[in-house]
Design a protein around this ligand. Structure first.
Ligand code: ADP
Ligand code: MG
Length: 292
């Protein structure tokens, strides 16, 4: 493309709320075969709600929820916010955690009132040696409802299963339908539970799912998707997404996301609306056509 057509193209894109940080991106976009999207904060609002809280026999709900929320009070994860708000809604007042630790992609731990509290994914519990099998049926049910199951252990004993649900952005289904109309494959990459990811993928018609991906694994997921043919565009918002945004042929950050994601990306969607990707690809094709 000529410099002029690219300038016109990027100017038009800016009007559509798409910012190019890398001039080549507009040209590469027309070669995209698959658009991969991070789930939390990209396809979903990134503002989950606490929906379920079930304790194991011998544990009192309010006691355990207070302990769990007290640990999460120190975490920046959207899941943490959901749990803290859920506890406050029930009128629980939180304690100050001691020795707080966060393990990205796994969960969080701290001491609350002298009790050791661990909260996180099933793989976190397994790693700590707490079997989650007694909650298997509940976890399966929650997952198939598109909710994300988490677990809490207190003093080394599994105490509760917790679910949070993150609403899908209203613009997401339309964006995916439009990507399909352009003949593209649509993939989702997430650290979340496989069953949950599959339930959400079914709701919004995602073609390929990379679930239970640890923060370090998103780069490999992008490489795997590239084997399906065409260039890979990856859309993400989090600190976790930065390496995958850099690895993708076209990294697209959500403008409302973290600075590090934006700095690693070739393009930025100002409003956080994934339909911006569709507009940009359509524009890319039109810009290239103009100069032929
Ligand atoms: P995603 O890629 O979907 O944004 P993350 O990699 O941030 O997810 O986290 C993956 C999983 O690790 C979460 O789904 C959750 O099970 C667990 N996890 C991470 N941080 C926390 C936390 N603060 N509290 C509870 N669980 C957590
Ligand atoms: Mg995210």
């Amino acid at each position: 493309a000529t410099p002029t057509s690219i300038m016109v193209g990027t100017g038009r894109a800016a009007e559509l709320g798409v910012l190019f940080r890398q001039g080549d991106a507009l040209q590469s976009l027309k070669e995209v075969g698959v658009v991969a999207l991070d789930k939390t904060g990209t396809l979903t609002k990134g503002r989950p709600d606490l929906t379920d809280f079930v304790t194991a026999p011998g544990f009192a709900e309010d006691d355990i929820l207070r302990l769990v929320a007290s640990v999460e009070g120190n975490s920046e994860h959207p899941i943490a916010q959901a749990i803290v708000e859920g506890a406050k809604r029930r009128g629980l007042s939180l304690a100050r955690p001691e020795g707080f630790e966060a393990l990205p992609g796994f969960g969080v731990s701290a001491m609350i009132d002298g009790r050791k509290v661990d909260v996180g994914a099933d793989r976190f519990m397994t790693q700590l040696g707490h079997a989650v099998t007694e909650f298997a049926d509940t976890a399966n049910r929650l997952g198939s409802e598109g909710k994300s199951p988490l677990y809490a252990a207190v003093d080394g004993r599994l105490a509760a299963i917790i679910a949070v649900a993150d609403p899908i952005k209203p613009s997401t289904p339309e964006a995916i339908a439009a990507l399909h109309a352009l003949g593209l494959r649509v993939a989702m990459i997430t650290g979340d539970n496989r069953r949950t990811a599959m339930a959400i993928a079914r709701q919004i018609d995602i073609d390929e799912v990379e679930a239970e991906i640890l923060p370090d694994g998103k780069v490999d997921a992008v490489k795997r998707l590239r084997q399906g043919g065409g260039k890979v565009a990856f859309v993400g918002d989090g600190i976790n997404d930065a390496p995958a945004l850099a690895e993708a042929d076209i990294g697209i950050a959500i403008g409302t996301g973290t600075d590090i994601a934006i700095e690693s990306a070739d393009m930025v969607l100002m409003s956080g609306d994934v339909r911006g990707v569709v507009n940009a690809i359509a524009l890319s094709k039109a810009t290239i056509r103009n100069i032929r």
